[in-house]
Write a protein that binds this ligand. Structure first.
Ligand SMILES: Cc1ncc(COP(=O)(O)O)c(C=O)c1O
Length: 366
């Protein structure tokens, strides 16, 4: 067996130790005589798994007691709808609820469009004029004090940008899509009203979406047509077990939480991620063939898009890299070129191998 270095943006590389443990417990989970995939989500064994996963996630992220942690389905995309349905408050004079959106890439653009189906979604700022290569100036953002919430996508996976700091939204709850950065570094949860992310990048397999939401935003007075299963209150009261949860995915997320805790938690994860990102960006900054596409101040630690300037050469690079065991480096079609996603489970050696390959390619093709 030989494993490649997998730079996929998601589903993405998982820690090898986690995969081995899941494999060793596949046929018989700790004396249960069955796999986690086969057991009732109402069983004592699974209850233990989901409760431990929540406890470990709370510890890793230092989640305050007045926040609920939910393990949901439907992907981050379902949250594009669930957030306005749960948080928008129609006004007493009949006007719809309102929310302020910052659009810094495709994911926040989609969320903005979706929110417009349920109320008044207002565009506070957009970086589309620069093909989303930067994050709008955080200090210049003007949020309305009467908005039900203010929305950002903190790390835009496709364009490789990340907010250099969080905006100040005053008393308006900040909602953030953190899909491609969740658990890659410490976060100050109390700065957010709600944060959410799909698991399939840093956290676990596809099929699990994590929502961390402040108690006062878990309410009964959601938009009236909100499906029962999409109400945060339904899942908060049921400990994420209102219906059959993505049970096996939650189990693997739990193994990843343990893996992170054993390696020093999120501060240590950030150090490892900064070292990997520095290595790749330092190389890009001195390269005469490759260049990064995101503005320097806003560069993501997780997703690194880069181009040669020639689509033929980009295609050659992706094909030769694949043959050398460096997988899934093709960039998203809206940016072109290449993208290396270097999530928690990508070892430093993987980024070293990528940089060595880029250097050789540059000497041969530059
Ligand atoms: C930042 C961000 N938000 C949302 C999504 C959509 O996630 P899902 O496919 O889980 O709905 C993605 C997917 O890559 C993403 O990167």
């Amino acid at each position: 067996m030989s494993r490649v270095y997998n730079f996929s943006a998601g589903p993405a590389v998982l820690p090898e130790e986690v995969l081995r443990q899941a494999a060793s417990e596949m046929l018989d989970y700790r004396g249960c005589g069955m796999s986690v995939m086969e057991m009732s989500h109402r069983s004592a064994a699974f209850k233990g798994i989901v409760e431990q996963a929540e406890a470990d996630l709370r510890e890793l992220l230092s989640v305050p007691d007045n926040y609920r942690v939910l393990f949901l389905q439907g992907g981050a995309t379902l949250q594009f709808a669930a957030v306005p349905m749960n948080l928008m408050r129609p006004r007493s004079d009949g006007r719809p609820g309102t929310a302020d959106y910052v659009v810094s890439g495709s994911w926040s653009k989609k969320a903005f469009k979706e929110a417009g189906l349920y109320g008044e979604a207002r565009l506070v700022a957009s970086s589309q004029d620069g093909n989303f290569s930067y994050v709008p100036d955080v200090d210049a953002l003007e949020f309305s004090p009467d908005a039900d919430y203010a929305y950002i996508c903190q790390n835009e996976t496709i364009y490789g940008t990340r907010y250099p700091k969080l905006p100040d939204t005053g008393d308006v709850p900040l909602v953030a899509d953190v899909s491609s950065m969740l658990l890659s570094e410490p976060m100050e949860v109390s700065r957010y009203g709600l944060l959410y992310g799909g698991a399939q990048k840093n956290v676990g397999p596809a099929g699990v979406t994590i929502v961390v939401v402040r108690d006062d935003l878990v309410r009964d007075d959601v938009l009236p047509f909100t499906p029962t299963i999409m109400r945060y209150k339904t899942q908060a009261e049921a400990g994420s077990l209102s219906n059959t949860p993505p049970a096996y995915g939650i189990y693997v997320c739990g193994l990843v939480f343990k893996w992170l805790k054993e390696r020093g938690g999120l501060s240590a994860a950030r150090e490892r991620n900064e070292e990997k990102a520095r290595l790749l960006y330092d190389y890009l900054d001195q390269s005469r063939l490759f260049s990064g596409t995101a503005r320097k101040e806003d560069r993501s630690l997780m997703n690194v898009p880069f181009v040669t300037g020639s689509s033929d050469l980009d295609a050659k690079f992706v094909a030769e890299a694949k043959a050398a065991g460096l997988e899934s480096l093709k960039g998203h079609r809206s940016v072109g070129g290449m993208r290396a996603s270097i999530y928690n489970a990508m070892p430093l050696e993987g980024v070293e191998a990528l940089v060595a390959f880029m250097d050789r390619f540059e000497r041969e093709n530059g």
